[in-house]
Write a protein that binds this ligand. Structure first.
Ligand SMILES: [Zn+2]
Length: 236
C-alpha cells in the first residue's frame, strides 16, 4: 500500500468477545466503585491479562470443536499456492516501514488482477469486509490459524485490496481454499495482494505501515519456514 492510513481501531470481533468484554468492563467499573481512587493500573493490567487468557482459551476450545480445521501439516503461499511460483514480492516486510508483503504477478502491472487468493492454512474467518477506497484498504480478509508452534499457538493472516471476497466472517476455511481475488482497492493502486501475518491476535486493522513491527511477523518467511507441499515440509 502507498501512504499511511489511519488506524480504524476496530478489533476483529469474535462471537464470544462482546459479552466477555462487557462482563470485564462491568467488573472494572464495579471494582472502581468499590475501591474509589485505589483501582490501580496494575489492577487494570491484570484484568487485561485474564481477558487475553480467556480469549485464547476460547479459540483453543473453538478449534477443538472443529478438528478438521486444526493446524494440519503446515502452510502455503497465498498466491501461486502452495509454492508461490509466478509471483514476486514488490515491497517486502519492513521496507519503508511496511507491515506486510506486496505480492505481484511476474507479468507486472495489472496482469494479476483477478488472480486467485488462497488461504495459507486451515482456519476461521475473523473479518471479511469492504473498508472502502478512502481507507486505503479496500476489501480485507483476516483468518486465524492454529499453528502447532508452542510459543505461538495462533497467527492471523490478512489479505487486502481484494477485488472479490469468496468467504464471509465466521466461515471455516481449508488450507489452499480460494478465498478471494487479487485487486487494486478500487483503482487506488496497481493490483497486488497486501499480505500480513500477525502473531498478536488482538490488534485492530492497523495502519499497513509502522516503524514498530511488534505483533507482526515476516509473512513470506513464516510461510517458507512452515511450507507443506505434496506431503513434505521442504524447509524443516
Ligand atoms: Zn502493502
Amino acid at each position: 500500500m502507498i501512504g499511511v492510513h489511519p488506524s480504524l481501531g476496530e478489533p476483529f470481533s469474535f462471537p464470544y468477545m462482546k459479552p466477555l468484554f462487557n462482563c470485564i468492563l462491568f467488573s472494572i467499573l464495579f471494582l472502581s466503585c468499590q475501591n474509589g481512587e485505589r483501582t490501580s493500573e496494575m489492577g487494570l493490567g491484570s484484568f487485561q491479562e485474564s481477558y487475553r487468557h480467556s480469549t485464547i482459551q476460547s479459540y483453543i476450545s473453538l478449534f477443538k470443536e472443529h478438528p478438521t480445521f486444526s493446524a494440519g501439516e503446515g502452510f502455503g503461499h497465498p498466491v501461486g499456492f502452495p509454492d508461490g511460483k509466478g509471483y514476486y514480492n514488490a515491497q517486502p516486510f519492513k521496507k519503508n516501514y511496511h507491515l506486510g508483503d506486496d505480492l505481484n504477478g511476474v507479468g507486472g502491472g495489472d496482469t494479476d488482477y483477478g488472480d486467485d487468493i488462497h488461504s495459507i492454512g486451515n482456519g476461521y474467518t475473523l473479518f471479511a469486509s469492504d473498508l472502502g477506497r478512502w481507507s486505503g484498504w479496500g476489501k480485507v480478509i483476516a483468518i486465524i490459524h492454529e499453528t502447532n508452534i508452542k510459543e505461538r499457538p495462533f497467527i492471523i493472516s490478512l489479505y487486502a485490496h481484494c477485488s472479490e471476497m469468496h468467504i464471509r466472517k465466521h466461515d471455516w476455511v481449508k488450507r489452499g481454499q480460494i478465498i478471494g481475488k487479487i485487486g487494486n482497492a478500487d483503482g487506488l493502486y496497481k493490483s497486488h495482494l497486501h499480505f500480513e501475518v500477525r502473531d498478536d491476535i488482538f490488534m485492530g486493522i492497523g495502519s499497513g505501515y509502522k516503524m514498530d513491527t511488534t505483533g507482526y511477523i515476516n509473512p513470506s518467511d513464516f510461510v517458507e519456514q512452515h511450507l507443506f507441499i505434496n506431503g513434505e515440509s521442504p524447509n524443516r
